[in-house]
Design a protein around this ligand. Structure first.
Ligand SMILES: NC(=O)c1ccc[n+]([C@@H]2O[C@H](COP(=O)([O-])OP(=O)(O)OC[C@H]3O[C@@H](n4cnc5c(N)ncnc54)[C@H](OP(=O)(O)O)[C@@H]3O)[C@@H](O)[C@H]2O)c1
Length: 289
């Protein structure tokens, strides 16, 4: 059963296009108050207006953050903490793949910075707001792409030696599963649930930052891929169904708990990535700002 979302505050990153936008729209239809977190003001504003127009819900707000930048996350995060009383559901969704090796403003490989540190640090700054929410849910959009990774090269986490766009992307999605598991463990006593999901293979803008070949293949395949609305189904389920009230630390596909690889169950590796991320973000205590 799906909760009535009226009076719930839901925040979704990467909500101006693709799965994030469709998730925002479906939750807006349930009358929730939605915060769209986007990096581009005009794209975000266009999405905000479209969602209001389609759903009749005008409690749709836009906040700007470049989730690949620690400085941007901090600035926006501190502002939001001062502004909001709570968040019921936090959905980390913004993600991308990059055709060649780029670096973020912090000198991190861009996929790692956006897809992993973007979830990790964003949640750190907003965790106190989730603590004050009623629902206390965190949802991380991962991918079945994590299954491609057999081994983590801890000596080259930033892919300085060997950059392959799909491999780098899939490893970042494995780290989303690690983040989900460790955070779920840490927040168990506080009754905050943390789950992650594979959305399906979806005809979104995904791949627009990929190599020319990948972009071409995606533009041919896109019309045949699953719709963004269907791609949003598991995010919406994890955000709003009472069937998952007591489930935490799990990976979902098609609204059901799904299998992950032995590597994705490796708690030592998960803790190692957590500790490395803490150091990179220069955090003393996670979730305490
Ligand atoms: N599509 C699939 O088949 C598939 C499969 C498995 C998992 N996923 C995951 O689903 C999630 C959503 O992807 P999608 O398929 O909906 O792709 P998408 O249409 O490209 O949407 C990605 C969103 O992330 C935003 N974003 C990118 N870089 C950002 C940054 N630096 N700061 C803030 N926002 C940023 C984008 O904003 P701009 O428009 O400004 O770039 C866009 O709103 C991702 O985590 C992806 O890994 C997708």
């Amino acid at each position: 059963m799906i909760y009535n979302m009226k009076d719930k505050v839901i925040l979704i990153t990467g909500a101006n296009s693709g799965i994030g936008k469709a998730t925002a729209e479906l939750l807006a239809k349930k009358q929730a108050t939605i915060y769209l977190v986007c990096r581009n003001q005009s794209k975000g504003e266009t999405a905000r207006k479209e969602i209001i127009q389609k759903t009749g819900n005008d409690n749709i707000h836009l906040r700007i953050c470049d989730l690949s930048s620690m400085e941007s996350i901090k600035e926006y995060g501190l502002k939001l903490r001062a502004e909001l009383s709570h968040i019921d559901v936090l959905i980390n969704n913004a993600g991308a793949m990059f055709g060649s090796r780029l670096e973020s403003s912090d000198g991190l490989e861009m996929t790692f910075a956006l897809n992993h540190i973007g979830y990790f640090l964003h949640t750190h700054y907003l965790l106190d707001l989730v603590r004050k929410g009623e629902d206390k849910r965190i949802v991380n959009v991962s991918s079945m792409g994590h299954k491609m990774i057999q081994k983590i090269d801890f000596d080259d986490l930033q892919f300085q030696k060997n950059y392959k766009q799909m491999y780098v992307y899939c490893q970042s999605k494995l780290f989303n599963i690690y983040f989900t598991q460790i955070l779920a463990e840490r927040l168990k006593e506080e009754n905050i649930t943390v789950n992650c999901l594979h959305p399906g293979v979806i005809g979104s803008n995904f791949g627009s930052g990929g190599s020319t070949i990948f972009k071409t293949l995606m533009s041919i395949a896109r019309p045949f891929l699953t719709s963004t609305k269907k791609g949003a189904a598991t995010s919406v389920y994890l955000a709003s169904s009472d069937e998952v009230n007591d489930i935490s630390g799990a990976y979902f596909d098609k609204c059901k708990i799904a299998s992950i690889t032995p590597l994705a169950k490796d708690r030592d590796a998960a803790h190692k990535i957590w500790n490395i991320s803490m150091e990179m973000c220069k955090l003393k205590e996670y979730g305490k700002v």
